[in-house]
Design a protein around this ligand. Sequence first.
Ligand SMILES: Cc1cc2nc3c(=O)[nH]c(=O)nc-3n(C[C@H](O)[C@H](O)[C@H](O)COP(=O)(O)OP(=O)(O)OC[C@H]3O[C@@H](n4cnc5c(N)ncnc54)[C@H](O)[C@@H]3O)c2cc1C
Length: 478
Amino acid sequence: MTSRISSKSSPIVIVGAGVFGLSTAIHLAQRGYTNVKVLDKQTYHETEYSYDKGCDAASADINKIIRMAYGSQMEYQTLALDALSRWKEWNEEIKTGSTRPPGFTADDALFINNGNLTMFSDSSLPEFETRTMENMAKAGLERSQIVLTKPIDVDRAKTNGFGFAVDPFKRKDNYGILDIQGGFVYADKACRFALHKAEALGVQFISGPKRGLFSGFVRDGESHIKGVRTADGTSHSAELTIMACGGWTPSLVTQLDHLCETTAGSVCIFQLPPGSALWDRFAPENFPTWTYDIRHGASGGLYGFARDTNGAVKIGYRGTKFTNPQTQADGVSRSIPTTRWTAESTRQMPLLAARTIRSFVEKHMPELLSCETKNRLCWYTDSFDNHFVVDFVPDVDGLMVATGGSGHGFKFLPNLGSHVVDRIEGRPSDYLHLWRWRSLGPDQRPYNSIMEGESSARSLKHQDLTADDCLIKQQARI
Ligand SMILES: Cc1cc2nc3c(=O)[nH]c(=O)nc-3n(C[C@H](O)[C@H](O)[C@H](O)COP(=O)(O)OP(=O)(O)OC[C@H]3O[C@@H](n4cnc5c(N)ncnc54)[C@H](O)[C@@H]3O)c2cc1C
């Protein structure tokens, strides 16, 4: 076991205070590292990870799904179950006050256990769900899985207080599985909690569009990174630099070419009118977290949530992901995030996403059609095989990446960083072989996290992003 860091007081710089950076910072501090600094271009202390206040990281969102179902991938199921117990511990830390960030009260919770409803249009159980059922049984958790077409299972859901989650859309053919362990987390609140926890453990945060913006590496020759520079001209020395910049990472660490790609998911928020009857209907105690035909390609890939405390009902589409290739200084084209808050502001979503969401809402949630809507593109960092990337950059000393969330990283905020520290310390791990630096083999095809098949990433550039008839506009009715 050889650690890549000489002492627990050696300076470590993490660039990026999203899920990967935050989790790494917490676990480094918990293992006794005393000189950990996190840089971010966002002023999260003020903006509180709110998209409406200018944050556009994948982690800066109102909510994210917490699922345990991972098909045949037992490692991730085990990791998700571990994360689940830690989410519950974090809820408890808020309740008891042992960790309570400014503005939180004892009644605040991060994880809400309102069930995770996986719906599909076919009567036969998809392969992914069949494997999940088997692996849940292996973990002794088969009773948490409710097959909607089995009356005995539905009765069990009701007995456990999940009757509301069995058929929230009153579907004619109600095919699907409800996992009564799952639900969602309030994502922005969870990041605020994690940032506060890291600070309480001694981690230093430097943020802002100049002080926190990574502008380049400090090098000792080509192959030794000794820290980073920020846009205000400051150099931050580090024995180890960890790049955790989400969708921005592939353009900052270009060695990731062919390993990670930045792609957009489409999100629509339906704003419930205050005081309307819909407020109760979509409350988390009456409405589950859901997905619909999530691995069925372009015509499926839908997911959604109960309303948040402000009455926002979020529906996302990930049946097709989109890319935004831009030619960079080295002449190579890479996809980079474009959002409402980037220099070239994007307030629309691609037509295909808008149409698919609309068609689902018309059929299953028509009561939302009169609500005001807002759109967002939220940027994934996809690896070609859907596994994270937690490793040292080959042939470069002092540089590591923690990225490649591939659309499923948020749920691991409480435990992901522990495995990043394992990598630094050279400890054995059940996960790091999946997250190692790697390249696509000659016979391997890119995996698509959505379809469990070939990658469907499409270029935003090939979509007409500005044509009025092509896209839903900000504030337009969907
Ligand atoms: C639409 C969508 C839906 C998702 N849904 C789920 C879900 O339901 N459940 C789930 O488990 N996961 C989900 N995910 C995945 C999850 O959100 C991500 O895996 C995770 O948030 C990624 O975290 P990150 O730290 O890698 O990146 P980010 O959250 O993007 O954070 C990167 C950080 O780096 C900073 N940064 C970038 N460039 C610089 C720079 N030059 N200088 C300084 N700072 C910089 C950014 O400001 C940002 O704070 C979803 C992702 C998307 C896009």
